[in-house]
Design a protein around this ligand. Structure first.
Ligand SMILES: Nc1ncnc2c1ncn2[C@@H]1O[C@H](COP(=O)(O)OP(=O)(O)O)[C@@H](O)[C@H]1O
Ligand SMILES: Cc1cn([C@H]2C[C@H](O)[C@@H](COP(=O)(O)OP(=O)(O)O)O2)c(=O)[nH]c1=O
Length: 201
């Protein structure tokens, strides 16, 4: 049995984390072995890089390079071995997040990110990318209600607007693997849609 690679994406507060365990449980109920992981992070080195990325100020290109450095390790240690074993992999964010945040949000030239993507994973793309989409006022209200905000979450409205636009642009560019989930709806309604998507995988 061949496993698939599913990524969850969206601006902070869109609702990704809320639905990851739900989708993992649906797949497990179908008898699949599932590895749940996240970026930046997913490995001991990647988690150290995550801590730096989320809390230290740094040059924009350093930020993009570290995202891809953490990803290189994540692919080598976790994602590629799991897929090779036939496991399914669910990652809370992957390369689309770098295009959206460092490219869209921070305006790093997209061709530089494309070059890094070609370097780090020339032959691998997610089989399915679930993009949880909400207007930023909704995401912001959800975040404010919950926790302390990290470096990215403290960004201003126009940053998230540009981040969201780049996600949607990529969803339109790669319609074969993206599904845009209207995340303004209630959690049970979204879960119904996710359940029907997973049944069709
Ligand atoms: N569809 C929804 N309706 C209302 N609240 C939601 C919805 N989805 C998520 N939330 C709440 O919004 C907050 C942020 O959700 P979370 O899943 O952590 O977002 P993300 O992982 O995308 O940053 C959480 O408190 C969560 O319970
Ligand atoms: C993977 C990735 C994440 N990020 C940002 C988006 C998020 O604000 C932050 C951490 O992601 P995330 O794990 O989704 O945060 P949380 O668990 O707090 O919801 O890193 C990038 O800017 N570029 C990337 O390539």
């Amino acid at each position: 049995m061949v496993g698939k690679f599913i990524t969850f994406e969206g601006i902070d507060g869109a609702g990704k984390s809320t639905h990851i365990a739900f989708v993992a449980d649906l797949l497990k109920a179908q008898g699949k072995r599932v590895v749940v992981t996240r970026e930046p992070g997913g490995t001991p080195l990647g988690e150290k890089l995550r801590d730096l990325l989320l809390h230290e100020k740094m040059h924009l290109e350093t930020e993009a390079l570290l995202m891809f450095a953490a990803r290189r390790e994540h692919l080598a240690q976790v994602i590629e071995p799991a897929l090779a074993r036939g496991d399914w992999v669910i990652s809370d964010r992957f390369t689309d997040a770098t295009f959206a945040y460092q490219g869209g949000g921070r305006k790093l030239a997209i061709d530089k990110l494309t070059a890094l993507e070609q370097w780090v994973h020339p032959n691998l793309q997610p089989d399915l990318t679930l993009l949880f989409d909400v207007p930023l006022e909704v995401a912001r209200a959800r975040l404010d209600a919950t926790r302390e905000l990290d470096k990215f979450e403290q960004e201003k409205a126009d940053f998230f607007d540009a981040t969201r636009r780049e996600y949607l642009r990529r969803a339109a560019e790669f319609p074969g693997r993206f599904r845009v989930i209207d995340s303004t709806r209630s959690i049970p309604v979204i879960q119904e849609e996710l359940a029907s998507l997973v049944r069709g995988i």
